[in-house]
Ligand binder design. Structure first.
Ligand code: HEC
Ligand code: HEC
Length: 218
């Protein structure tokens, strides 16, 4: 009788333990499903595309070495996402990049934009357009005689831009920035009416000067 009583306790103790485990599983499972899985998958995809494709030209951390390939590190994600879409639909014409985006889904483009925006940009220096130069004058004050507005008005005094509206320019390669100003002027890059109007009024020398100044901005 004593033994039977003991056995009863043991069995009910085991039951409680089993029920506790079941309850814990029920509580943990849906949460784990909702959080961990999609984040892990998304991250891996962006990393893989960067390693396999983008890194060759933009470097794994988005600080490209070749100066006609833009640095992507630290750029606003909304701006990067817009550019990838613009390459795809053709309003920004570029043979190299249109090939790169052809097979990317909107989700890929979102996660790539996030990836590069989270990298840290390496700072650079102006070659000849530092303080007191023509480049600085254009950036901060515009060009009065041809009605070119100050770049700082939209891109910010330190070139940080404004998320969702104006891209970051600070520390970008001067060769790339100069190239963009030229393609805004020719209309090859027709994805930004504001910039097309501005570039149409600038000479090559003015574009080069301001592009060099921007490279040294931080
Ligand atoms: C073969 C070299 C090459 C590869 C690979 C490449 N890019 Fe580019 N990328 C360029 C060049 C060159 C430009 C500048 C295009 C222009 O002049 O308009 C550019 C421009 C861009 C821009 C515009 C940046 C800005 O500031 O407006 C984004 C965004 C971009 N690339 C993302 C990517 C992503 C994401 C990948 C990988 C899927 C990738 N690129 C792969 C060469 C490359
Ligand atoms: C009225 C606002 C405004 C002013 C002023 C302005 N910009 Fe912009 N700029 C923009 C916008 C908006 C974009 C983004 C275009 C897009 O979404 O593709 C841009 C994009 C750019 C880009 C492309 C960046 C990249 O990574 O490819 C460059 C370069 C640039 N601007 C240079 C200048 C310079 C130089 C000046 C001064 C001479 C200037 N901007 C003045 C609004 C402005």
């Amino acid at each position: 009788m004593k033994n039977l009583f003991k056995l009863g306790w043991v069995i009910s103790g085991m039951l409680v333990a089993v029920m506790a485990v079941a309850a814990e599983k029920a509580a943990v499972k849906p949460e784990a499903k909702a959080e961990a899985v999609p984040v892990a998958v998304e991250k891996k995809t962006a990393d893989q595309i960067v390693q396999n494709v983008c890194a060759a030209c933009h470097a794994p951390d988005g600080n490209s070495v070749i100066t006609l390939n833009p640095k992507l590190a630290g750029q606003h994600p909304e701006y990067l996402f817009k550019q990838l879409n613009n390459f795809k639909e053709g309003s920004r014409a570029n043979a190299v990049m249109s090939g790169m985006v052809a097979n990317l889904s909107p989700e890929d483009m979102q996660s790539l934009a996030q990836y590069f925006s989270q990298q840290t940009i390496t700072l650079a220096k102006a070659k000849s357009n530092g303080k007191g130069s023509l480049g600085e004058k254009i950036y901060r004050g515009g060009i009065a005689k041809t009605n070119v507005p100050a770049c700082a008005a939209c891109h910010g005094a330190n070139g940080a831009g404004l998320p969702k509206q104006f891209p970051r320019l600070a520390s970008q390669h001067a060769d790339y920035t100069y190239q963009q100003l030229k393609t805004f002027r020719t209309g090859e890059r027709a994805n930004a009416p504001m910039m097309m109007v501005i570039a149409a009024k600038m000479t090559d020398a003015e574009m080069q000067a301001v592009a060099d100044y921007i490279q040294g901005l931080r």
